[in-house]
Design a protein around this ligand. Sequence first.
Ligand SMILES: Nc1nc2c(c(=O)[nH]1)N(C=O)[C@@H](CNc1ccc(C(=O)N[C@@H](CCC(=O)O)C(=O)O)cc1)CN2
Ligand SMILES: Nc1nc2c(ncn2[C@@H]2O[C@H](COP(=O)(O)OP(=O)(O)OP(=O)(O)O)[C@@H](O)[C@H]2O)c(=O)[nH]1
Ligand SMILES: [Mg+2]
Length: 427
Amino acid sequence: MDTIFALATARGKAGVAVIRISGPCAWLAAERLAGVLPPPRQTGLRVLQLDGSALDEAVVLCFERGKSFTGEEVAELHIHGAIATVSAVLRALGDIDGLRLAEPGEFTRRALENGRLDLAQVEGLSDLIDAETEAQRKQALKVLSGAVGSLVDGWRAKLVRAAALIEATIDFADEDVPVDVSPEVLELIDCVKAGIAHELRGVSAGERVREGFEVAIVGRPNAGKSTLLNALAGREAAITSEIAGTTRDVIEVRMDLRGLPVTVLDTAGLRETEDRIETIGIERALERARAADLRIFLLDGADVPLIAPSAGDLIVHGKADLGAQDGLAVSGKTGEGVDTLVTLMTERLEGQAASASVMSRERHRISLMDAVEAMESARNEVLRGSDRAELAAESLRQAARALESLVGRVDVEHLLDEIFASFCIGK
Ligand SMILES: Nc1nc2c(c(=O)[nH]1)N(C=O)[C@@H](CNc1ccc(C(=O)N[C@@H](CCC(=O)O)C(=O)O)cc1)CN2
Ligand SMILES: Nc1nc2c(ncn2[C@@H]2O[C@H](COP(=O)(O)OP(=O)(O)OP(=O)(O)O)[C@@H](O)[C@H]2O)c(=O)[nH]1
Ligand SMILES: [Mg+2]
């Protein structure tokens, strides 16, 4: 097994940078630079040097094999975060025989291989590193803490018990008093199915929390959509003008809306037009507005929405500064009503986010659906009578395997490259 090393902190000038070394020669390598190492899990201040020339003054921290993030022997060098210092120490480590630079996600891959994390936790860690808002941080931390594994364990135990009950009837099929286990088996299957159905309903919301919600601003030309977008963004993200038909392409601005990750879309004003480019813009506007999680219809005067609002969509009057309006009125120009609008947007999206599951990927959805399908066959076999017991038990085992693929207990080799592709070096 190679010993790998990498900068674990972000590249670029910083107060402190951490270089992580993991593998059988990690301590030996650290010792080459730092001299006598502090005891495991205790820091020591050392001068790092190679061949007599000082590299930096550093804090050194070692973890024993089996008691580290990767499960391997680990050494950390907490050095000054200067670009030149980081380069010098990385160069020195690269000169040591048997050491090589880690690939992206390779530390975490080793943690997975050594059973320190399951596959879902690896995804959770990846999401945590990418988290930009509170909702993302909370969801990712739950997943990193093993929430998916806990759900799977609970379901799996019930399916294993159901299979055992069925198998017991196979072994004792010749007995005089056959016990009918089917009520208990069906109850176990239905209980797990209900649990899985609940999580399945939350996958989309989980996905939205992970990737961000989309909110589209729609309305007629000149309603003030781009001005409103700029007010929400706090910067001049979109061009505004008194010319109707200014915005053509969809303009996306990502923001943290009171902890929720949201991309607000400014779109072309909706109207009948001969202009070919504007027509394409309007088609794009309609398409993106339909696909969005929430729409803000910005009305101009007595105007009515051009596309049908869905339940929960927000209908607001623009240019509130020009005069009194019924209902919610906002002005992108003066900021009036914008705070109330943000509150309403947050409420609507929080309503959607409330049902978010810790299962938030297409891969999770597929495994859950595979499990449900296998459980449905098992259910049918149970109902068809005791001579179908073998088939019922096999379907239950198949369901358990589908669930186990969520945490990677079954063969998931083919998933790893994809999952680790998005990791940064040093993680
Ligand atoms: N300096 C430093 N800080 C860090 C990390 C790190 O690798 N180094 N982490 C990297 O992601 C995170 C913490 N994650 C960690 C997870 C497990 C172990 C670890 O040594 N686990 C052992 C011992 C547990 C214990 O002491 O209770 C184990 O599980 O056996 C260390 C860090 C965030 N902060
Ligand atoms: N008084 C007032 N004028 C506004 C307000 N919002 C926008 N305007 C003006 O209305 C005109 C159109 O604003 P935009 O934000 O470009 O309108 P839009 O809806 O993006 O228009 P299109 O991109 O053409 O669809 C500009 O002259 C803005 O200055 C507002 O809240 N109050
Ligand atoms: Mg515009």
